[in-house]
Design a binder for this molecule. Structure first.
Ligand code: APR
Length: 186
């Protein structure tokens, strides 16, 4: 599924493995400690190779971890990308702990990092909806809304955002979120 924006900008929803999809920056659903893990984080480190963790070690030494809702940048090793943006999504604790704003901040921070580097193509996984337990429909709405609001702005240099969703159920939830949003962005 896709959604087109003015100036040829486009948002894609695809099902698959984010480590196989070329982009300028691949976003990782990391943790605040930046120490790697399972899920998409494990897949990115396996496919990208040890250089990514070496750079995260340096970032950790310099600044500690990564605040929840923010992201840090490394190179991408063997991945088909120039950078990995490691975003620390919120652990879902019922919704009353600022989770929605923190999740939106993951997406907006990564898009800002892309703009700062003059990148054109950014891919995202479904941040926080795996091990971190964020309810899928709510997370999809936040992700799609935040990305659409950014990409529809005239001054953005990001041309293409790709949500790479690992399973059909996640893809379908993002598709529903995008359909609900259509009237607002057309
Ligand atoms: N490509 C795309 N999406 C993937 C991939 C992959 N290769 N592998 C898993 N996913 C999907 C999951 O199916 C889920 O829909 O990414 C989504 C996010 O799930 P998690 O990876 O568990 O991420 P999150 O919920 O944000 O939890 C982060 O898990 O692995 C640890 O270090 C990570 O502690 C952090 C926590």
């Amino acid at each position: 599924m896709e959604k087109q924006f003015s100036g040829g900008k486009i948002l894609w929803l695809v099902t698959g493995d984010i480590t196989r999809v070329p982009a300028d920056a691949i976003v990782n659903a990391a943790n605040a400690a930046l120490r790697g893990g399972g899920g998409v984080d494990g897949a990115i480190h396996r496919a990208g190779g040890p250089v990514i963790m070496q750079e995260l070690d340096q970032i950790r030494a310099a600044q500690g971890g990564c605040p929840t809702g923010s992201a840090v940048v490394t190179s991408a090793g063997a991945l088909p990308a120039r950078f990995v943006f490691h975003a620390a999504g919120p652990i879902y604790r019922g919704g009353g702990q600022g989770e929605a704003a923190l999740l939106a901040s993951c997406y907006s921070t990564c898009l800002r990092l892309a703009e700062e580097r003059d990148l054109r193509v950014v891919s995202f996984p479904s941040i926080s909806t795996g091990a971190y337990g964020y309810p899928l429909e709510e997370a999809a709405a936040i992700a799609v809304d935040t990305v659409c609001r950014h990409i529809e702005r005239d001054q953005t240099r990001v041309r293409e955002v790709i949500f790479v969703l690992f399973d059909q159920g996640t893809h379908d939830a993002y598709a529903r979120a995008l359909q609900r949003l259509q009237p607002a962005v057309e």
